[in-house]
Design a protein around this ligand. Structure first.
Ligand SMILES: Nc1nc2c(ncn2[C@@H]2O[C@H](COP(=O)(O)OP(=O)(O)OP(=O)(O)O)[C@@H](O)[C@H]2O)c(=O)[nH]1
Ligand SMILES: [Mg+2]
Length: 298
């Protein structure tokens, strides 16, 4: 929704109104504009003036500026009040006006409401609605979280472990929200969540994507698959990835499986992990799956 579209639709509706018996056509028109604008804005307020709790609230906060949203909602309410006032004022004037005057008043009403609505950006509420759509639909069941630096191959692992359709690409921040898959093995089932990549830095410094991963780490589960790319083709030093792992170990009481991926790419780096895999090799993925299931069902 943007103000231009909103106004265009409102004026189109006014153009198409039919004359009511007892009412001047100009009054019917300004009423149509008033009704469409205020009810659309009211709908937007209702959708975005909401209370969220806990984990979802934190995820939303990673993406939107709450203070800005509150301000935008206040501006929307104020605009509706002004439109209602203008409507009353112009309706009264029209009642006693001549034909020419009515035509002039109609134009003036359109002008005044336009300038009120044009000041609304709907930017932050638009962001909120997008963030709400992106909220993960988590199931209450045993859950594994895949974490690590950007571009190391986390989503590739989700794709292969769960046969889930996910976007993978050779650049950082391909994954921008929490993605969900499921592993079914031997009559048992777990939920797997792939997170956006994170760097080893403070929460305040993080991009919204990184924040979402950290919020997930702190809230969803204590079972983590930490992915390391020792080939460094991800673009980041092995030592930095290891430092992040140490930090996660220290700050979260979690059961962690560490996996070094991209085994097929030659390199001379050494790292201590539970498992080394080539995510594109089915046998390796099968081994990883067994290892993961052991973490849940001993
Ligand atoms: N050769 C090789 N390439 C791999 C392997 N695993 C992942 N890749 C590739 O590495 C690139 C990055 O993989 P992604 O799964 O998108 O990485 P990610 O960690 O999810 O990245 P972000 O979502 O950006 O944090 C992709 O081009 C993958 O195809 C592997 O075992 N071997
Ligand atoms: Mg990814």
């Amino acid at each position: 929704m943007n103000s231009k579209e909103l106004l265009n639709t409102a004026f189109r509706k006014a153009k198409n109104v039919r004359k009511k018996k007892k009412e001047d056509i100009e009054i019917t028109k300004i009423n149509a504009v008033r009704h469409y604008l205020t009810s659309s804005i009211k709908k937007r307020i209702k959708k975005t003036n909401i209370k969220l709790g806990g984990f979802e609230k934190e995820l939303i906060r990673a993406e939107i500026d709450e203070e800005e949203l509150r301000k935008e909602i206040r501006r929307m309410k104020k605009s509706n009040e002004i439109i209602e006032k203008l409507f009353k004022e112009f309706k009264n004037k029209m009642k006693t006006a001549s034909k020419e005057e009515k035509a002039r008043l109609l134009k003036a009403f359109y002008g005044r409401t336009s300038s009120v609505v044009k000041k609304l950006s709907f930017e932050e509420s638009e962001k909120l609605l997008r963030a709400l759509r992106r909220l993960p639909k988590l199931k209450n069941m045993p859950t594994l979280l895949i974490a690590g630096f950007p571009n190391v191959g986390k989503s590739e692992i989700l794709k292969r472990l769960c046969k889930t359709k996910v976007k993978t690409a050779p650049y950082p921040f391909t994954t921008r929200k929490l993605l969900i898959g499921f592993i079914r093995d031997d009559g048992k089932e777990i939920q797997v969540i792939d997170t956006p990549g994170i760097f080893d830095r403070s929460f305040e410094e993080m991009k919204p994507e990184e924040k979402k991963a950290v919020i997930a780490l702190k809230n969803i589960t204590n079972k983590i698959l930490f992915v390391i790319d020792p080939s460094e083709t991800c673009g980041y030093a092995l030592e930095d990835q290891e430092r992040l792992l140490e930090k996660i170990k220290k700050t979260l009481k979690a059961d962690i499986i560490t996996v070094a991926t991209k085994k097929d790419i030659p390199h001379d780096k050494k790292t201590k992990v539970d498992l080394e895999i080539n995510a594109l090799d089915e046998k390796d993925v099968e081994k990883l799956k067994k290892e993961v299931m052991k973490l849940f069902f001993k």
